[in-house]
Design a protein around this ligand. Structure first.
Ligand code: FEO
Length: 385
């Protein structure tokens, strides 16, 4: 696929994967993008997942008409992008490999060599001249690993952004918009590193970018402000959408009943956006992404083994480890003899920045009664107000 006259996409689509990074459901598969820049010197940017070795090498051959590439740039050592380094270097023995010092350290760890006779070590600001094109390296530590280096082609104004601006889903599966699967990808995989993403966005603002070539998902060519704006929102932990997301677990349905009542009360009071997630049954990574998306979050769960129900615990750990912050949070607890869930939830979020708990906490003993339903009504008023 042609991106500019000289830059081609040589990535692959994975429809056999069950879980990306062994944890994320990818019902629409996954894309591993790789690019080739045809110039006086031919440059390949990143490899693809190991299972696609033959297809990827064949694509390189097709684009070069059999001419050997001169350079392989490795921007990130995570194996979904690096695991065909050995096959490339073996097939093209004259090619040089271009990467940061940290990348070469990891290369030895993963693949047993850093090609000492063939390596070109680059650092931020260095430039690789390939003829007409000039490639400048931009450090992007922790987006998503510490060694990550973006590459910027100042001639075609293309930014190769590795995981940034990527999404779940194969490129040959039609998708309804970019944001939902890009958000789930970003929050799940890079969400913890908002500060580092902010600093890379500042660097990106200083360069003229007309095309973004991420390593997953589609090449972005139009309305780049939209994508960059969402990344700015996500990485600064600002709510993306005004709305309320209710996340719950329910053992026998009583907590669920309270949640359904709260949803109805919120709608009666004019709340336009109310989303409900059953944490035992929905996609956990989507629920976590929702918590970062919406401005208000309700957590409803039962006391369980003197702790909280396991799916809620997993969910809260997922929020905390990604630096969840800057949200209004309401809590509904349920317990038959010693409800403790509200205190445990608040304790788990105690070190999260700028969390404002609603004044009302709903405490249910087994099933809703007049008193707890009244609390629910007050909570709905606070949240919808
Ligand atoms: Fe797609 Fe962090 O690798």
């Amino acid at each position: 696929m042609e991106i500019t006259k000289d830059i081609r996409h040589i990535g692959v689509n994975d429809h056999d994967i069950d879980l990306f990074e062994s944890q994320y459901h990818v019902p629409d598969g996954m894309a591993y993008n790789s690019y080739i820049i045809i110039d006086d010197k031919i440059t390949v940017v990143d490899t693809v997942e190991i299972r696609f070795k033959e297809e990827w090498l064949r694509r390189i051959e097709e684009e070069t008409s059999g001419k050997a590439p001169d350079y392989l740039i490795i921007q990130h050592m995570e194996p979904d992008h690096s695991s065909n380094i050995l096959s490339f270097m073996e097939k093209y023995p004259e090619a040089r490999i271009v990467a940061s010092a940290k990348t070469f350290t990891m290369m030895v760890q993963f693949y047993g060599t850093d090609f000492p006779e063939r390596k070109i070590v680059i650092k931020e600001g260095d430039t690789l001249e390939t003829g007409h094109h000039s490639l400048t390296f931009v450090a992007a530590p922790m987006v998503h690993w510490p060694e990550v280096m973006f590459t910027y082609d100042s001639v075609d104004k293309v930014l190769f952004s590795i995981d940034a601006f990527g999404k779940f889903g194969a490129n040959d599966v039609p998708s309804e918009g970019w944001a939902d699967e890009a958000r789930r990808y970003y929050i799940g995989i890079v969400g913890k590193y908002g500060t580092q993403v902010q600093s890379v966005l500042k660097k990106a603002a200083a360069i003229d970018i007309q095309t973004i070539c991420p390593s997953h998902g589609p090449v972005l060519t139009e309305n780049l402000c939209y994508y960059i704006g969402l990344y700015d929102t996500w990485s600064s932990y600002r709510p993306e959408t005004e709305g309320i997301v209710i996340n719950y677990t329910s053992v026998y349905g009583h907590t669920r009943e309270a949640v359904m009542k709260l949803e109805a009360m919120l709608k009666e009071k004019g709340a336009e956006t109310v989303v409900v997630n059953d944490l035992a049954r929905c996609d956990m990574s989507k629920a976590i992404a929702d918590a970062f998306r919406y401005s208000k979050v309700v957590l409803a769960t039962t006391t369980y083994n003197m702790g909280i129900f396991p799916f809620m615990e997993t969910f809260l750990n997922g929020l905390v480890e990604r630096n969840f912050q800057n949200r209004i949070v309401g809590v509904i607890e349920n317990g038959t003899w010693a409800p403790k869930a509200a205190g445990i939830i608040k304790g788990m979020l105690a070190n999260s920045k700028d969390i404002t708990f609603t004044e009302t906490t709903v405490s249910i003993k087994s099933a809703l009664n007049e008193a707890s339903e009244a609390q629910l009504r007050v909570l709905a008023e606070e949240l919808a107000g």
